[in-house]
Design a binder for this molecule. Structure first.
Ligand SMILES: *Cc1c(COP(=O)(O)O)cnc(C)c1O
Length: 377
């Protein structure tokens, strides 16, 4: 085996020529979305949530684009994500670890200047112990559970904390935060209940900047903005106001290459399980994208070519999908041509609807075989 060749290959870096599909990420749209969210926030600051590699779109690229807009506060979920982001951004930005530090990872997190989110007295104790061990004050965010029952200190823990100042020894509390369970349902009574609980809990803690709103929370109004908002999805073009027109710009385009085309007779079985049979003669194309690329097997959508919808037929395979191209003039679509899977004709949220899921899952599920193009300008 040619070692130099083997050493140079990276499964996530397909060239345009090799790739079956192309993922285009519009960083200027991310930046525009950031500006729009900021404009809704008035005096509150706007962070960028770039966990899970910026919802699959590339944390390094997205965070750098947001920094150009003046964003200096980022949220990731894991310490490892924070370390990687620190290496890209340098010391200028605050990086919060939403899930908190994990046992054994605290010293490295502290050395990289990461701010842990203490979700429990136990996580807080570990961070306090780390501050003692490294011999300097460490930044911390306190997350309180205002009613989502996922992460954050329970009211009883907040009371304990309020009654014993030594529990914050060696720590600089930068932020008190909580997370909304139902922000995408503005009429849901949980929103107001969580806001009330948040106000009650944070009143027991040292006076520090507060943060409650995710993307949808920003659209609940100024009462929910506090000092810092934490949008993720809306930056990436997901609609933060389901049921209403999407105020955000689309960020992602996904195009797949045609591998081959064929003309089929009446009553021909198509794909695994022959779940589709031709009712009459039909022209089909097979495109180079499948469930291994994060396209949900259940998302029986369509592809688009020159604005014409080309429905999927048969089952989605691991690496390919068969589409009906009979609506196009014969010869109009050839091997090597690109069809659109996500873009101006079919938004991320539409694909999610076809799959019975949410845009968040579609984006974070996008695979690693695409040729990726970052546009900015
Ligand atoms: C993921 C997350 C966000 C961002 O939520 P979006 O709905 O993507 O805007 C904000 N805060 C916390 C705690 C999160 O886990």
């Amino acid at each position: 085996m040619d070692q130099s060749y083997a050493n140079n290959r990276d499964f996530t870096q397909a060239s345009l020529a090799e790739a079956g599909a192309i993922l285009t990420i519009d960083l200027s749209a991310v930046r525009e979305n950031y500006r729009l969210l900021k404009s809704r926030l008035g005096n509150a600051r706007c962070a960028g949530v770039v966990k899970a590699d910026s919802y699959g779109l590339g944390a390094a690229q997205v965070a750098q684009a947001l920094m150009k807009e003046g964003c200096d506060t980022f949220f990731v979920a894991h310490v490892g994500e924070g370390l990687a982001l620190r290496a890209v951004l340098g010391r200028g930005a605050a990086i919060y670890i939403l899930n908190g530090t994990t046992p054994g990872a605290e010293v490295e997190a502290a050395a990289a200047g990461l701010t842990t989110v203490a979700n429990s007295l136990e996580q807080l104790a570990a961070w306090r112990e780390t501050a003692r061990a490294v011999g300097r004050r460490l930044p911390v965010a306190l997350q309180v559970d205002s009613g989502m029952s996922r992460l954050g200190m329970m009211p009883s823990e907040v009371e304990t904390l309020a009654g014993d100042a030594s529990l914050l020894d060696g720590l600089d509390v930068k932020l008190v935060m909580s997370h909304l369970a139902c922000a995408d349902e503005p009429e849901h009574p949980a929103n107001a209940a969580q806001k009330e609980a948040f106000d009650r809990l944070r009143a027991m803690l040292p006076a520090t900047p507060a943060s409650l709103a995710n993307s949808s929370g920003i659209f609940l109004g100024a009462d929910y903005h506090y000092d810092l908002a934490r949008p993720g999805a809306a930056l990436y073009g997901i609609n933060p106001t389901p049921g209403h027109a999407n105020p955000m710009r689309a960020v992602v385009q996904l195009d797949a290459k045609v591998i081959q085309t064929r003309t089929l007779d009446k009553n021909t079985g198509i794909g695994y399980g022959h779940t589709f049979r031709t009712a009459g003669p039909l022209r089909a194309a097979t495109i180079s994208l499948g469930y291994a690329d994060g396209w949900h097997r259940r998302a029986a959508a369509g592809a688009y070519f020159n604005g014409v919808r080309l429905p999927f037929i048969g089952r989605v395979s691991m690496d390919s999908i068969i589409i009906d191209i009979s609506a196009l003039p014969e010869g109009a679509l050839k091997a090597g041509d690109l069809v659109e899977l996500i873009g101006s004709h079919q938004a991320v949220d539409d694909v999610a609807g076809h799959a019975g899921t949410i845009g968040y899952e579609v984006l974070t599920g996008l695979g690693h075989r695409f040729h990726r193009i970052y546009q900015d300008g």
